[in-house]
Design a protein around this ligand. Structure first.
Ligand code: C2O
Ligand code: CU
Length: 517
């Protein structure tokens, strides 16, 4: 069983009452004069009651189960919600969402609602906000969905995210004019499960440093049919690093490039594309041949629209893009940033030959939009105010004697990723009080990029002038760089704050934004 499961979820038999304290090592850091705001505290209930409500309820069910999935050629044995991606759930902002989850997996699981500022006891973190859902067990997720936007859901146990267990949650905004003719949901993923290894196997290889997994880990090269990746050749000038794993497949909407999905429309139509990076270890650079992309929303929240040729997405990030369709058949390419390989879909408005599965498109090398290009729409801007509390998060790591990782004090060995020199097991939670403006300074002392994610909040990325900028819940911190984010502590509870590289998180790069009163 993977380490996080043991850490956070291994105590699955404990009741919720015990969850906030000794089971998490949080008590050691507490002071006598303040108490944890636990998922079951009245503040969580009060915050839920204060959420604006439509009176509408959306009800659905999800079953997590093992089974074969056809990726468009390769048929893999994996764990999924029945399809890959899983079903898209649609609600309106202010709706109540009720999801009955059945766990038919041979392992405990949960569902986390990534990016949603929901009530803490529905956040899906085993051992922190709920007990893990045991095999053959079930759980009802029931919460108000406050903000419109593009979100997704995935388990928060071990590296289950790197299986097929993910789906998109679209929260519609009834107030939005909807300046487009149709909408496509586009989900990007890196794939290994059922190709001879499971993500748990990959995690064990990384932890033991056995080397066949990663270019960084000893030069054995990648695995899989293509044998992608060899030591030192996984790097990206734009990101500074690449992931740790050379995957055999990269998917768009669950398909390998040789049999891509087709997204159809008519020439001249405006399409809103909701793009989710559901990968575990891969950033993607996405472009559509012959098209410009107008980025309108980042992590669900509106930005001042900005136009480019391509867009970079870290793991856990989402963008909404608007494009005006040309006449013909065009490749939608999701290049695995700094790695070899890409995902592909076909954008089609007319008859004609499909783009080849190896198509790269020149737009990928054009203007690539990143977080640096984003400014918040007026409606999404976090007001300027005094910062009440600042936390530094020094991102560190060690990869078994590889040079240049930094941050761990040198001699440690093995695959370990840390925040402030500590793995999650030994975390020092980030204390906050309800109502505070909180600043997090994310400082990356490693040669790897880390998409840092905070649960339950959408922070503002602080710009060069020190002002709160675009709203995000996940932000890439490039090697040896810092990103500063501000958030308003308005959602009481215990919230995971971690690297959205599933393997980094599992190897320790997680902590808790911890409300106390
Ligand atoms: Cu999608 Cu804790 O993350
Ligand atoms: Cu990371």
């Amino acid at each position: 069983m993977a380490r996080r499961t043991l850490l956070a979820g291994g105590a699955g038999i404990v009741g919720l009452g015990a969850l906030g304290l000794s089971a998490f090592g949080l008590s050691a850091c507490g002071s006598a004069t303040s108490r944890l705001v636990t998922p079951t505290s009245s503040a969580v209930e009060a915050a839920e009651r204060a959420r604006r409500h439509t009176g509408r309820t959306v009800t659905t069910r999800l079953t997590a189960a093992p089974g074969p999935i056809d990726l468009g050629g390769p048929v893999v044995d994996t764990w999924s919600f029945g399809t890959v991606p899983g079903p898209t759930i649609r609600t309106r902002a202010g709706d109540r969402l009720v999801v009955d989850l059945t766990n038919d997996l041979p392992a405990p699981t949960t569902v986390h609602w990534h990016g949603i500022a929901l009530r803490n006891d529905m956040d899906g973190v085993p051992g922190m906000t709920q007990a893990p859902i045991a095999p053959a067990g079930s759980f009802r997720y029931d919460f108000t969905v406050p903000d419109p936007g593009t979100y997704f859901f995935h388990p928060h146990v071990g590296v289950q995210l790197d299986r097929g267990l993910y789906g998109v949650l679209v929260v519609e905004d009834p107030a939005e004019p909807g300046d487009h003719d149709q909408e496509w949901v586009v989900v990007l993923d890196d794939w290994v499960d059922g190709t001879g290894r499971t993500p748990d196997d990959v995690m064990s290889e990384l932890l033991s440093g056995s080397g066949s997994t990663s270019g960084h880990m000893g030069g054995m090269g990648g695995y899989g049919p293509g044998g992608y990746g060899t030591s030192g050749d996984m790097t990206s000038p734009l990101l500074g690093g690449a992931g740790d794993i050379a995957y055999p497949h990269y998917l768009v909407n669950g398909r390998v490039p040789v049999s891509p999905v087709t997204l159809t429309g008519r020439p001249g139509q405006r399409v809103r594309m909701r793009v989710v990076n559901a990968a575990a270890d891969t950033a993607f650079r996405l472009a559509v041949g012959g098209h410009q992309l107008s980025l309108t929303h980042a992590d669900g929240f509106p930005v001042v629209p900005v136009t480019g040729d391509a867009v970079l997405l870290g793991m856990g990030e989402r963008v909404d893009l608007v494009l005006t369709l040309g006449d013909g058949a065009f490749p939608l390419v999701a290049a695995a940033e700094g790695k070899h390989g890409h995902g592909l879909a076909v954008v089609r408005t007319a008859a004609g030959a499909a783009p080849s599965s190896t198509a790269r498109t020149t737009e990928l090398d054009g203007r690539v939009l990143t977080v640096a290009d984003l400014a918040p729409a007026t409606s999404a801007a976090l007001p300027v105010r005094r910062v009440d509390r600042t936390h530094d998060l020094d991102l560190g790591g060690s990869m078994g004697g590889m040079g240049g990782m930094g941050g761990m004090g040198g001699s440690s060995s093995g695959y370990v990723w840390t925040i402030n020199g500590r793995t999650f097991e030994h975390q020092q939670p980030l204390d906050v009080r309800q109502g505070e403006r909180v600043r997090l300074r994310l400082r990356n002392a490693t040669m790897m990029f880390h998409p840092m994610h905070v649960h339950g909040h959408t922070f503002a990325v602080v710009d060069a002038a020190g002002r709160p900028g675009a709203r995000k819940d996940t932000v890439i911190v490039a090697p040896m760089r810092s990103v500063v984010v501000d958030l308003d502590a308005t959602n009481p509870g215990q919230w995971m704050t971690h690297c959205h590289n599933a393997y980094h998180g599992e190897a320790g790069m997680m902590t808790t934004l911890s409300y106390r009163d």
